[in-house]
Design a protein around this ligand. Structure first.
Ligand SMILES: [Fe+2]
Length: 583
């Protein structure tokens, strides 16, 4: 039985295909159309998923879309009556959703009448919860989804048992942890979709000097049930102007309208920062306070959820679940002992969630799949890599190209990294989710404090305050970090042990933490072998890992990896077994 999940007409458009309960493929549209966070209809992502499984549109039994226009209809009508522009937007979105079968048929040049698949609309947060619980290793777990907004809710929680999820509660618009973070991110002068993660990095440079003010911006709502929080709505505008994300049809980049009111600068006693304005200490302190308050509320919710469900395991999804700093504190701040975060915790992951919701919750099928790695995107054969290399300017001189057997490849490559050079590492199938996890990664020496600045200047061109991440051999985690619970998808940040911080300064953040990836041989044998060889040569079982891109979606095809290598000042590139170095 073939189930296609689609996240369409929303940021992070994506597709995923589940065949007989096993995930076959999952990918974001941005990897193909090269527009970061691309919205719209994910035609290329769907095409790839079907190709990977060797099936066509006619072979689909079910198509699941993670949006239910009829969820919370009463609340939606209430706001639609108050905000005509919002009502128009709803009509536009709903008509797009009801047209998904037609869009699908159109994208594949097929007759809509021939589509035999059954269509399902799954509520946004139920799809988030399904995306994490049904692919987790847990038989029973508490569930929490938290994001900006989806189907008029911003959080949902419950309990997963076997092949069923029970929903225990939710928080509706306009109250939202995600919009809280987004609004303050805008106030701090970061206006692009997805900039919340920059502010999370900035927070480590400040002190929570504004915590009292942020406790007024984001409040506990003791009347709103055990897990309640609410926004101090005076500081926001989204409840008056409409909450929907929009995107330009031309370039498909999602944007959010202004979300904070003039009461926010009054409370914080400073005007909003302009994007080009230099960062002051007060901005760092505000970022720190924003993060500290998020942690108080988020960890508070999780603590209550642990008590209410009586479980030791929790599954997380929704954009807020990318807050690796907060996630890393779950073990100390709550009774939970096991945490699973879906690698594409944001809205891309809804495609997987919607498909698994159909398979388990609607069809009652037993569990048979655990997502223990994130390599569900396109891969390219050795012949495809060779063809790309031959067609690239690298084969016209100035570069040494060698095809090496595995052992020699890992030895040479580890030595290149240990010499302080910057390496593009391209292997196998692309990662699902926003983190490069050793298949589309730029890898560098973690021992060199100057490496962060070198990477930013030469390759990544991003804000200097943003940290780089460490990849560590999983079994060595406890020798280098204060926690050793697996973090295979880079969704948890732990403190580096104080005596180890000067051994891996490059991926250690200013507050002594690292957003680590724990690497096992089973999940990624080639990346594991590379780090293992680096350890043999240097004594350090860690490499610095950052995504293979330069202000663009992560490279997908070998051609894009070659272009990025040529365009930036990367020293060496490995594509499969081909090692390319600059002469
Ligand atoms: Fe979401």
């Amino acid at each position: 039985m073939n189930i296609l999940g689609i996240n369409a007409y929303h940021g992070n458009a994506s597709a995923a295909l589940v065949c007989d309960g096993k995930l076959v493929a999952a990918v974001e549209e941005e990897r193909f159309n090269r527009v970061k966070y691309a919205a719209g209809f994910p035609a290329e992502a769907i095409r790839y998923c079907l190709k990977e499984a060797g099936i066509t549109l006619d072979d689909l039994d079910h198509v699941a879309v993670p949006r239910n226009p009829y969820a919370r209809l009463g609340t939606k009508l209430f706001y639609a009556l108050r905000m005509p522009s919002f009502a128009r937007e709803r009509v536009r979105v709903i008509s797009k959703f009801t047209g998904i079968p037609a869009a699908l048929a159109w994208a594949f040049d097929s007759d809509p009448k021939k589509l035999t698949a059954k269509f399902h609309r799954i509520e946004h947060h139920q799809a988030h919860l399904a995306s994490t619980f049904f692919v987790s290793p847990f038989e029973n777990a508490a569930l929490l989804s938290a994001d900006g907004l989806g189907d008029f809710a911003s959080s949902m929680w419950g309990l997963g048992s076997g092949n069923r999820m029970r929903i225990d509660g939710s928080i509706a618009f306009p109250h939202s942890l995600g919009l809280y973070y987004s609004a303050v991110t805008q106030y701090l002068g970061f206006l692009k979709f997805g900039d919340e993660y920059k502010v999370m990095g900035l927070a480590a440079y400040g002190q929570p000097a504004y915590l009292d003010a942020f406790r007024d911006i984001l409040r506990f709502n003791n009347n709103g049930g055990a897990f309640g929080f609410k926004l101090g709505l005076d500081y926001f505008t989204h409840h008056k102007t409409g909450p929907e994300m929009s995107w330009a049809e031309s370039d498909r980049t999602p944007t959010l309208g202004k979300m904070f009111s003039e009461a926010m600068p009054r409370l914080l006693k400073a005007p909003a920062r302009q994007p080009e304005e230099a960062l002051q200490q007060r901005h760092r302190d505000m970022a720190s306070s924003l993060q500290a308050r998020l942690e108080e509320v988020y960890l508070g919710m999780l603590k209550k959820l642990a008590v209410a469900t009586g479980t030791k395991s929790v599954c997380l999804a929704g954009g807020v679940a990318f807050n690796c700093v907060a996630n890393g504190k779950i073990f100390d701040a709550t009774p939970f002992e096991q945490v699973y975060v879906h690698p594409a915790a944001g809205d891309a992951g809804l495609a997987v969630g919607a498909a698994y919701f159909v398979w388990h919750q609607l069809l009652g099928q037993p569990r048979s799949f655990v997502m223990d790695h994130a390599y569900w995107g396109p891969g390219y054969s050795a012949a495809g890599i060779q063809a790309a290399v031959q067609a690239s300017p690298v084969s016209h001189g100035g570069h040494t190209i060698a095809e090496l057997p595995d052992g020699e490849l890992f030895r040479s490559t580890a030595a290149i990294i240990a010499e302080g050079k910057i390496l593009g590492w391209y292997q196998g199938r692309a990662e699902w989710g926003p983190r490069a996890l050793g298949n589309r990664s730029i890898v560098a020496d973690p021992r060199r404090p100057e490496m962060k600045e070198i990477l930013n200047r030469r390759i990544k061109h991003r804000e200097i305050f943003r940290p780089f991440a460490p990849s560590i051999l999983a079994e060595k985690t406890g020798e280098w970090f204060e926690k050793s619970h697996p973090s295979p998808f880079m969704n948890l940040a732990y403190s580096v042990l104080p005596e180890k911080r000067d051994k891996i300064p490059a991926p250690t953040h200013v507050d002594g933490t690292g957003r680590l990836q724990t690497v096992t041989r089973e999940a990624n044998p080639r990346y594991y072998a590379l780090i293992h060889e680096f350890e043999r040569q240097t004594g350090v079982p860690v490499v610095l890992n950052t995504s293979f891109n330069d202000n663009e979606p992560i490279v997908c095809r070998p051609e894009e990896a070659l272009d990025c290598y040529l365009r930036t000042q990367m020293d060496a590139l490995v594509l499969g077994n081909v090692l390319i170095t600059r002469e």
